[in-house]
Design a protein around this ligand. Sequence first.
Ligand SMILES: N[C@@H](CCC[C@H](N)C(=O)O)C(=O)O
Length: 288
Amino acid sequence: MQIPFTKMQGAGNDFVVLDETRQRLGLVPAHYRMLADRHFGVGADQILTVRPSPAPGVDFEYVIHNADGGEVEQCGNGARCFARYVVDHGLTDKRAVRVQTLAGVIEPHIGDDGRVTVDMGAPVFDLPRVPFDAQGIEPVAAGTWLQWPLALGDGQSVLVAVLSMGNPHAVQVVPDAQAASVAQQGPLVERHGRFPNRVNAGFMEVAARGHIRLRVYERGAGETLACGTGACAAVVAGIRMGLLDARVDVDTHGGRLTIAWAGADAHVMMTGPATTVFEGRIELPDTP
Ligand SMILES: N[C@@H](CCC[C@H](N)C(=O)O)C(=O)O
């Protein structure tokens, strides 16, 4: 079968976007892996699929697959691209849409400057977890806030702030994001036994109370140039640790995102760019 696609990027986190508003394409995980492949496919960190509204009060359904073919709950940079896609392809004339994801409803809004702000919902601090690691160390409780010590199996132990932005994140504070051992520690954190559903591993350098530098080793995709939910999670973690103010610029290898969170049950607001790179068609085998 031959399918049309749009290649998009948000702060360098790149996507193949597929339209299933009229009919399902019937793709399986191997198809998503082929599309994401940078040598044999289009190349992407995630595949985003646009589907019609699944319920009253919601404009669209937004389905996300990682480069490894697995379906996941949420993608922040993708949400901004999703909003641009549905407007640019004439699927809606609304500048603000309500979008159903596996993690709940989010609300992207396209600003006059072309940047997109997304209401990402409230952070969640109660993740499914395996209670003891190999050393039998319990999580460290600090009020309702948990920072977990993780023995990484390479002789190192790190302290991670664990929270969900719809998808799971483990964020550690590092002195220098550029020098952080993302390639070595990222996969160890992602697949640490504490996280039954695996986790996105963030490495946050606090430059000032309103400015961080961030790298994220993403579950199912490896290190990406930016991770929107990772930026939200890092800023929420930094605010809960008393390190950051309520509005923070997040510098990633792919550009700047701005994250705002008023604390407690407030929703996290993420603002950043969303750009179409090119459109095309690709031949995929019916049965990969
Ligand atoms: N790039 C994303 C996150 C995509 C999903 C993530 N890898 C996961 O498995 O949860 C973003 O911008 O948030």
